[in-house]
Design a protein around this ligand. Sequence first.
Ligand code: ADP
Ligand code: NI
Length: 218
Amino acid sequence: MTYDEQITAIKKFSFEKMSGDATGHNFDHIQRVIKTSKRILQTENADSLITLASAYLHDVADDKLVDDPAALEQEIKEFLTSIDFNNEQIAEVIYITHNLSFSKSLSKNPPKLSLAGQIVQDADRLDAIGAIGITRAVYYGGAHSETIYDPDIEPRRQMNKAQYRNLNNETIINHFYEKLLKLTAMMNTPTAKKIAEQRHQYMLDFLDEFKAEWDAEK
Ligand code: ADP
Ligand code: NI
């Protein structure tokens, strides 16, 4: 298979797996992560097939989204074999999709990602901040019946995935302090860091405006 044929096949596979999701992981998230990964690839010398394959597949076997992540991971492996990925390439894509998450980055021994993995991680995180990030947080909060804001809630400290999932008094604004405002400092590549800084400032401005309006100061 040619490179273009492989990319087309991965896109189709990802679309089929992701398009039914209503938690902010819709295929439009994947397409933005792809676009941003391509932008970062222009200044970073990474393997573009591994980068884009990992970007397309990074949420397919997410344990927050599917009941049986191991089965999906097996499906991904079989799919990649069928489009001529060798074992080493498959292992790298699986490793990246497995180790991308915020909670893994906060763990005691954060996984070391290849440059391809770092790019996808940056692109995924850039999609969680700025105007898109604000929209996704509100969308997610609505879907999970979160309150908008509670000035008495102290930003919680780092939590793992299971704790996040079981959180029932999370607020949308609190999510900015728990996660979104931490992402800029965690960017891997200089290109992503630069984009993140602008988006970060946009969120800070938004939070200032939000609180001023909340207190009827504006
Ligand atoms: P990803 O796996 O793509 O990094 P998540 O599954 O953690 O993202 O979340 C999907 C989107 O929903 C992200 O934009 C994230 O910021 C937002 N989100 C996650 N948890 C919450 C929450 N408790 N409240 C508001 N938004 C959230
Ligand atoms: Ni994602």
